[in-house]
Design a protein around this ligand. Structure first.
Ligand SMILES: NC(=O)C1=CN([C@@H]2O[C@H](COP(=O)(O)OP(=O)(O)OC[C@H]3O[C@@H](n4cnc5c(N)ncnc54)[C@H](O)[C@@H]3O)[C@@H](O)[C@H]2O)C=CC1
Ligand SMILES: O=C(O)C(=O)Cc1ccc(O)cc1
Length: 313
């Protein structure tokens, strides 16, 4: 029997992403032992009941003792406190990685806590859902999804290669890029869309009670897709916006300029302007589907069947 690529993996934060990682590492034999840490007692109890880890602890330091890989799977705003608490027990040669949606802040918050001889390989799976918590995770979450690694200059090549290989073993396609570039790209592809969804659903909620009822009843006209995204975890997304402030504000500025241009086209009846844009965006949608990145939850795409726990259309 071949040995697992990692001896002891500590998963810090057993929510959607942490529990999915624990599940896939377990089912594919990627770790001999999985130790879980979570700050919430209810999450630890649920993780025990689900059999996600070999052992659960309420101490980050206990969790990382003797680990050769530590995976931070926390809201990005929690990384600094947890990294400080775990640092004294990190073994020399250990790899610390993460899954946070923002990368510059993780490098800023975690990097300085790590002792000499510990390797830091920040990462971000572009895979998820609007659900959170240990029950929401599933082993196939990373299958055919991208994972972006943002190793700081001078990172240990072997550590980066081991993290890359782990994600590939989880079914993912791995790319590397500079952290600042990652944060700009994700600001437009992920963070801004979530902000727009939160705004539009909030706007609808603030309508008169009678109109609000109708918004919910007739939501199939486009609104429903926004409510899925706007149902995402409030703490996780608060931390994303507070920690990717500059890039999000820059993209928001560009977006609001484009929105103003559309507003003008509608006001002046410039149908060609509207149609040209809608044709270009339809092409982009087709490209996303061709690259099979349309989402695990999009039941209308034949290439992307809905998981069993999602209601089909
Ligand atoms: N939800 C998604 O679709 C994706 C999330 N991510 C990133 O993954 C990370 C985790 O997200 P999810 O798994 O979705 O969140 P989640 O809310 O499902 O899980 C986070 C877990 O961290 C624990 N936690 C929070 N603050 C803590 C603290 N201070 N000390 C100890 N434990 C604490 C919570 O109890 C919870 O169990 C985030 O950084 C997020 O940006 C990355 C890709 C996709
Ligand atoms: O559910 C969705 O539409 C998502 O966008 C999931 C997601 C959320 C955050 C990430 O950093 C990556 C993926």
């Amino acid at each position: 029997m071949s040995r697992a690529p990692f001896h002891r993996v500590a998963v810090l934060g057993i929510g959607l992403i942490g529990s999915s990682l624990a599940r896939v590492m377990r089912t594919r034999g990627l770790a001999e032992e999985i130790i879980g840490f979570d700050g919430a007692e209810a999450v630890r109890e649920r993780s025990v009941a689900l059999g996600l880890c070999d052992r659960l602890t309420d101490s980050p330091a206990d969790a990382v003792a003797g680990a050769d890989l530590v995976m931070l799977c926390l809201p990005v705003g929690a990384n600094a406190t947890v990294a400080e608490a775990m640092a004294p027990r990190l073994a020399p040669g250990c790899i610390v990685s993460d899954v946070g949606s923002v990368k510059l802040s993780v490098i800023r918050d975690v990097g300085p806590c790590l002792p000499e001889g510990v390797h830091f390989v920040p990462g971000h799976p572009i895979a998820g859902t609007e659900h959170s918590g240990p029950d929401a995770g599933f082993a196939d979450l990373f299958e055919n999804r991208y994972v972006i690694l943002t190793p700081p200059p001078g990172s240990d090549g072997e550590a980066v290669a081991r993290v890359k290989s782990l994600w590939e073993d989880c079914g993912a396609m791995v790319e590397s890029m500079d952290a600042a570039h990652h944060d700009k790209v994700l600001a437009v592809t992920s963070h801004l869309p979530h902000l727009i969804a939160y705004t539009i659903v909030g706007t609808a909620f603030d309508l008169e009670a009678s109109e609000r009822q109708e918004v919910i009843r007739y939501s199939a006209g486009g609104f429903r897709d926004f409510t899925r995204i706007a149902g995402s975890d409030p703490v996780m997304w608060r931390d994303v916006f507070l920690n990717n402030r500059e890039a999000v504000l820059e993209m928001l500025q560009r977006f609001s300029e484009d929105l103003t241009a559309l507003q003008r086209a509608i006001r002046w009846g410039e149908g060609d302007t509207l149609e040209d844009l809608f044709r270009r965006t339809r092409e982009i949608r087709r490209g996303v589907i061709e690259m099979r990145q349309a989402g695990t939850f999009d039941a209308r795409e034949p290439d992307n069947p809905a998981p069993e726990d999602e209601p089909s259309q």
